[in-house]
Ligand binder design. Structure first.
Ligand SMILES: C[S@@+](CC[C@H](N)C(=O)[O-])C[C@H]1O[C@@H](n2cnc3c(N)ncnc32)[C@H](O)[C@@H]1O
Length: 295
C-alpha cells in the first residue's frame, strides 16, 4: 500500500484506503485509515461511538438534530399511509418517528451493519411497532427488493458512506413507484477536487467511510437517473452552530458522563474529533444538506 503525503488528493480506486501515520496520540492508535471512496465496514460504529453519538444526538440516533431535524426534513411532504424505504437506518429512532409522528404506514429500514440492526429490532419491538417497521441487513449495492415497491425512499445521513452515488440513486429510482418521492439528508462537501489537510484530518479522526459529493454533483446525478422537481437545501450553517454547542458540551457539562461511559482516552479523542468537525464546517468544506426529488 502506498503511503500518501498529507493534504494530497486520495480519490480514485488505487488509493481508496490509504493510511496516514502520526498526528499525535489517538484513542484508535497511531495508524488510522482514512476511509474514502470505499464502502462502510461492519462495526465502524463501535460501542464507544454509538454511546457518544447517542449522548449527543438522542437515543437511537446516529445523526444530528433528533426529531426536530427529521420534522424539518419532512416539512411539506406528506407521509400519511406511505410505504417508506429507509437507506442506512442505523439504530432506528428515525424509523420509529416516521411511523409515530409522520404517519407512514410501513417502514423498511436497510443497513449493512447487523449489530446496529439488532439494536433497532429491540427498539422497534419495545415500541410495539413490529408489524409496521422491518429491519433488513443488506450488502452494499443494488437492494434485493422489487421495483416500484415504495411511495417514499428516505435516507438520513447515510448516502455519504456509499461510494457510487449514481448507482444508489438509480436504485432508489427503480424502487419508487411512479410519482414517488426521494427524501434525503446527507453530508455533502463544499468544492471539489483534492480534500484539504483539514478534511483529511477530520476523516482520520472519524474513522468512518466518507464518500463525498457536492450539492451540484448530487443534483446533476439525480437528474441523470431520471428524478424531477429536485429541491436542495443547504444545512451547513445550522449544523455549524449546533456542532459548536456540541463541542462546548463535550468539553464541559457532558465530559464527566462521557468519561464515565467510554473512558477518558476516548472522551479526549471525541473532543479532538469535534474540534475538527467544527473547523471543517466553519471552512464550508462539510456541508450537510437536504434534497427532495420526485420520480
Ligand atoms: C450516520 S449513520 C445514520 C443512521 C440513521 N439514518 C440515523 O440517522 O440515525 C449511517 C448509517 O448508514 C449505514 N450504511 C453505510 N453504508 C450503507 C449501505 N451501503 N447501505 C445501507 N446502509 C449503509 C451505516 O451502517 C449507518 O448505520
Amino acid at each position: 500500500m502506498r503511503r500518501p503525503r498529507r493534504g494530497t488528493s486520495h480519490r480514485g480506486p488505487d488509493n481508496a484506503a490509504e493510511q496516514i501515520s502520526g498526528g499525535g496520540a489517538h484513542a484508535r492508535g497511531q495508524h488510522v485509515a482514512v476511509k474514502i471512496d470505499r464502502p462502510s465496514e461492519v462495526g465502524e460504529y463501535d460501542a464507544a461511538m454509538q454511546t457518544l453519538l447517542q449522548l449527543l444526538w438522542g437515543e437511537g440516533f446516529l445523526s444530528p438534530g433528533g426529531a426536530a431535524e427529521v420534522a424539518y426534513l419532512l416539512e411539506g411532504s406528506n407521509l400519511a399511509g406511505c410505504s417508506v424505504l429507509d437507506i442506512g437506518c442505523g439504530l432506528g429512532a428515525v424509523d420509529e418517528l416516521l411511523i409515530t409522528r409522520h404517519g407512514a404506514q410501513s417502514v423498511l429500514g436497510v443497513d449493512v451493519d447487523p449489530g446496529l440492526l439488532a439494536s433497532m429490532a429491540q427498539r422497534i419491538e419495545h415500541a410495539g411497532l413490529r408489524s409496521r417497521v422491518t429491519a433488513l441487513c443488506v450488502k452494499p449495492g443494488p437492494l434485493p427488493l422489487a421495483a416500484g415497491s415504495f411511495d417514499v425512499v428516505f435516507s438520513k445521513d447515510a448516502i455519504v458512506q456509499i461510494p457510487d452515488k449514481a448507482a444508489v440513486f438509480a436504485d432508489a429510482y427503480r424502487l419508487l413507484r411512479p410519482g414517488g418521492t426521494l427524501i434525503v439528508s446527507d453530508w455533502l462537501r463544499g468544492g471539489s477536487g483534492a480534500y484539504s489537510p483539514e478534511m483529511l484530518e477530520y476523516f482520520r479522526l472519524e474513522g468512518l467511510a466518507y464518500n463525498m459529493a457536492n450539492l451540484a454533483e448530487t443534483t446533476a446525478t439525480l437528474a441523470r437517473v431520471g428524478f424531477v422537481e429536485i429541491e436542495p437545501r443547504d444545512r451547513n450553517a445550522w449544523y455549524r452552530d449546533l456542532a459548536r454547542r456540541e463541542l462546548a458540551a463535550l468539553e464541559g457539562e457532558l465530559r464527566p458522563l462521557v468519561t464515565e461511559r467510554i473512558g477518558a482516552e476516548k472522551a479526549e479523542h471525541f473532543v479532538n474529533n469535534w474540534r475538527q468537525l467544527v473547523l471543517v464546517l466553519e471552512r464550508g468544506e462539510l456541508r450537510p444538506a437536504h434534497i427532495k426529488a420526485r420520480k
